[in-house]
Design a binder for this molecule. Structure first.
Ligand SMILES: Nc1nc2c(c(=O)[nH]1)N[C@H]1C(S)=C(S)[C@@H](COP(=O)(O)O)O[C@H]1N2
Ligand SMILES: [Mo]
Length: 317
């Protein structure tokens, strides 16, 4: 067998980006078909270890009373490009993702910058269950029972200074543990998200460490991820390692990748279409063919609209 050196690989053998992007769409479509057919779990997979969170877990009045999605939907249909671009890939490829020990850094314009072990970071706060709608920018949605700590409580504790205007969330960059990070054409790694400080301090914003009263499964963003229910799902960065309090609007990954299609605010808005599809309606899993109307701010307008009195909501921010 001839082992070729890298220099022998002609450029024609490397998949051009356009082909790759089309393939990505195909993978998404085929995963969608699987779920629609009711077989989201691939045969032959070992069951994942499921670990109950140590209580008490407070029930929150912010939770929706809508029907919660099945565990199989929430953990079997994911966007987590570090583990593959198909919806069914993170569940398989993240199965052995190691998340202990995990350190979390808080830096920038705060009175108390620090590096924490995740357990110490969470310990001062009470866990809450928050059942939220989750609306992906791709127009599918779910209802997910998150467990986590209000981001506001964390921010109050680390005490941002007057210079802090935004919070940047940096997620793990470790090619050895996140296989797709070898591919530099997929995303500009690490995945980064951001919020304006007042958005971050809104009582609905959550740092989630679990779902269904259990420790966060790898494919949903273990061990800690952001949940901002009035915004498109991509704002919720998974596997966070750093929170930076900054004075400028952070560059968030999807805006960097495709500024004509994804913005910084990314508030759910049925009146502003994505350049390639309508945002007026959405598909609630597992019924990927049925559609229901998308609500302004994903149904959280009464709570959050006042944050945006200074923004023109007819524009795609
Ligand atoms: N690190 C990281 N975070 C991420 C993503 C990602 O690819 N990498 N995808 C985002 C997108 S587009 C969505 S819709 C949600 C999906 O979260 P879920 O799989 O837990 O439903 O995660 C977001 N957070
Ligand atoms: Mo998304």
């Amino acid at each position: 067998m001839v082992i070729r050196k890298a220099s022998d690989v002609r450029s024609s053998e490397i998949t051009p980006k356009s082909v790759y992007l089309r393939r990505r769409e195909f993978l998404q479509a085929s995963a969608a078909a699987l779920v629609a057919a009711g077989c989201s779990a691939l045969p032959g997979l070992e069951a994942q270890t499921r670990i109950k969170l140590k209580g008490p877990i407070k029930k929150s009045s912010f939770s929706t009373t809508e029907k919660v999605n099945l565990y199989e939907h929430v953990t079997g249909y994911n966007n987590f490009y570090e583990f593959g671009t198909g919806k069914d890939e993170p569940k398989v490829n993240a199965r052995n993702f190691r998340t202990t020990p995990w350190t979390l850094e808080v830096e920038g314009h705060v009175a108390k910058p620090a590096t924490y072990q995740l357990e110490d970071f969470i310990k001062p706060f009470a866990l809450e269950e928050r059942i939220y709608r989750m609306r992906c920018v791709e127009a599918w949605s779910m209802v997910i029972p998150w467990v986590g700590i209000p981001l506001k409580d964390v921010i109050d504790r680390v005490q941002p200074t007057g210079k802090a205007q935004f919070v940047e969330f940096v997620t793990l960059h470790d090619v050895g543990r996140m296989p797709m990070q070898r591919r530099e054409d997929v995303l500009d790694w690490p995945y980064v998200e951001g919020l304006r400080l007042d958005e971050a301090k809104h009582p609905l914003a959550l740092l989630a460490v679990g779902i269904y009263d259990e420790v966060m499964p790898p494919q949903n963003g273990a061990p800690i991820r952001l949940v901002v229910p009035w915004k498109y799902g991509f704002k919720g960065g998974k596997s966070i390692v750093k929170m930076r309090f900054v004075d400028r609007q952070p560059r968030n990954t999807w805006q960097v990748m495709q500024p004509s299609e994804y913005g910084f605010y990314a508030n759910v808005n049925p009146n502003v279409d994505h350049p390639r599809w309508s945002q007026a309606r959405e598909r609630r899993l597992p019924d990927l063919l049925a559609t229901t109307r998308t609500q302004m701010f994903n149904g959280y307008a009464d709570q959050v609209a006042s944050l945006y009195s200074g923004l023109d909501l007819r524009k795609n921010y």
